[in-house]
Design a protein around this ligand. Structure first.
Ligand SMILES: [Zn+2]
Ligand SMILES: [Zn+2]
Length: 268
């Protein structure tokens, strides 16, 4: 059954549209891998968000599919998060009300509180009706942009305020891969345990390098990247050492072996 997922302008979670979606466990029967979803935003609460929305009114703004679903290790309440696949934004907002009627069929027993739910299963008919109004932008599903000129550092990442952006002198990466890698692996270094926010405070919150375990130069072209197995989070020092020698990229286990018995215990 298709599902409408609500995205709030502000949330306690570091959700990223089209990449990662957090949700409470009561919704887990609806959000399973393969579920077709439509993104929705409710009426605007803070006008500061107008530029980042297609409309101030309640509206649908994209479609996607649910990828792998994980228990969120940072949640004490059993919350989960899902990878979002095939996100395709709409060119313009599709308002929740069309010609005076809602595009979602509201069950009679839910008339009072229907819109409160952040995750709403809808009928295939409603799903098709909403999409019939959509003008789709190109899908953002393409995997990796390959730049064959260099092969050393694969990714530098910087956090500017709350918006994470990143650039690589060697390879450009999709932002959603970075968000997925962080959602899965966390913000601490997987070799030495270093946590930027813990060490430097708020200014460094969200900062971490995302390292590609298999050098892209060995891919020989575009290929889907699995954030769970192909990417890992490393601090800047460990990442530098992994790439210390041009012809030899260390594995995370090799790096851990080098660290053992040195300063790793002071670092965690
Ligand atoms: Zn490290
Ligand atoms: Zn790397």
């Amino acid at each position: 059954m298709p599902v409408v997922i609500v995205e709030n302008d502000t949330s306690q979670w570091e959700d990223e549209t089209g990449a990662v979606y957090h949700f409470p466990k009561r919704y887990k029967t609806w959000l399973v891998q393969g579920t077709e979803v439509i993104y929705y935003k409710g009426r605007i609460k803070d006008k500061a968000f107008t530029p980042s929305r297609l409309s101030d009114a309640p509206h649908y703004f994209g479609k996607a599919r649910i990828g792998k679903v994980y228990a969120d290790p940072k949640s004490g309440k059993g919350d989960l998060f899902a990878f979002i696949e095939n996100f395709t934004p709409f060119e313009s907002a599709i308002l929740s009300k069309n010609g005076g009627a809602y595009l979602e069929t509201i069950p009679a027993n839910r008339a009072k509180n229907y819109w409160r739910d952040g995750v709403r299963p809808i009928s295939q008919t409603d799903y098709d009706a909403i999409l019939s109004y959509a003008k789709l932008q190109p899908s953002q599903a393409e995997a990796v942009v390959l730049n064959t000129e260099d092969n050393a550092f694969d990714l530098e990442s910087f956090s500017e305020g709350n918006k994470t952006s990143f650039f690589g002198t060697r390879y450009e990466r999709r932002k959603d891969l970075r968000m997925k890698a962080i959602a899965f692996h966390g913000l601490d270094c997987k070799a030495c345990g270093f946590d930027f926010e813990q060490a430097y405070g708020e200014h460094a919150k969200g900062f971490i390098h995302v390292h590609h375990v298999v050098p892209i130069s060995k891919f020989g072209g575009e290929q889907a990247v699995n954030p769970e197995t192909d990417l890992v989070t490393l601090c800047a020092n460990c990442h530098a050492v992994v790439h210390r020698k041009r012809d030899e990229t260390l594995s995370v286990d090799e790096l851990k072996g080098m660290l053992r018995g040195r300063w790793v215990n002071d670092c965690a």
